[in-house]
Ligand binder design. Structure first.
Ligand code: ZN
Length: 213
């Protein structure tokens, strides 16, 4: 599939945000357990004067439909359970997704266990998809990293990571280290939230604005 490079900025594995999805081992949890997936390619429309959050599109390489990025969201009930990829409601195919490094290793090692059931599970999963996309409403999707939400979103992420990490180290941990880890994750959460806020709310660069007006 060819993209209009003048109109769209293409995000693929060469972009740091996308690379982060592959390299951060924590995200294997999102992928394997929650079924949250990141498409291999995301397009950012450079011509719409709106926050980035509202001008991100996911192209389907099978039918070339450009889906609004907000199609896959918690409000629409489609953010998770996408274990086999993102379903294209237009053609019924699966939009290829990235795979996190740790997810890949885990799947590889456990292949003898789940490999037998793969086709069966995939067919079952595919059967359920059309219904999930019947009532998609992108307008109801709030910006999780908007001006009011980013602190809450960042801190909740930090809290999740803190709980996850503590569970893993439960035998070796003391109250002191627990407190230090809590503070570290809260700070990490805030900086993550802030980074996302800057990214998702960025409007088109002034330079582009001048050339289009
Ligand atoms: Zn499609």
């Amino acid at each position: 599939m060819k993209y209009d490079k003048v109109k769209y900025k293409v995000y693929d594995w060469k972009n740091w945000m996308v690379l982060h999805w592959i390299l951060n081992p924590g995200l294997a949890f999102n992928e394997l357990i929650l079924g949250q997936r990141m498409p291999k390619v995301t397009l950012e429309d450079k011509t719409i004067d709106k926050p980035r959050f509202e001008r991100s599109f996911v192209p389907c390489p099978h039918c070339e439909t450009l889906h609004d990025g907000r199609t896959w969201s918690i409000e629409n009930g489609t953010a998770f359970k996408n274990w086999f990829g993102l379903y294209c409601k237009n053609c019924g195919n699966i939009i290829p997704c990235l795979i996190n490094g740790l997810s890949f290793l885990t799947l590889l090692i456990t292949f003898p266990i789940w490999g037998w059931f793969r086709s069966y599970l995939k067919a079952k999963w595919l059967e359920k998809q059309p219904k999930r996309y019947e009532n998609i409403n992108i307008e109801q999707v709030p910006n999780l990293f908007g001006k009011k939400n980013w602190i809450k979103s960042g801190l909740s992420w930090g809290l999740c990571m803190f709980v996850l990490m503590s569970v893993f180290n439960i035998q070796t941990i003391s109250f002191g280290t627990l407190l230090v880890e809590f503070i570290i994750w809260m700070v990490a959460g805030l900086s993550f939230g802030y980074m996302m806020k800057v990214f998702f709310n960025q409007a088109i660069h002034k330079k582009n604005k001048n050339t289009t007006s």
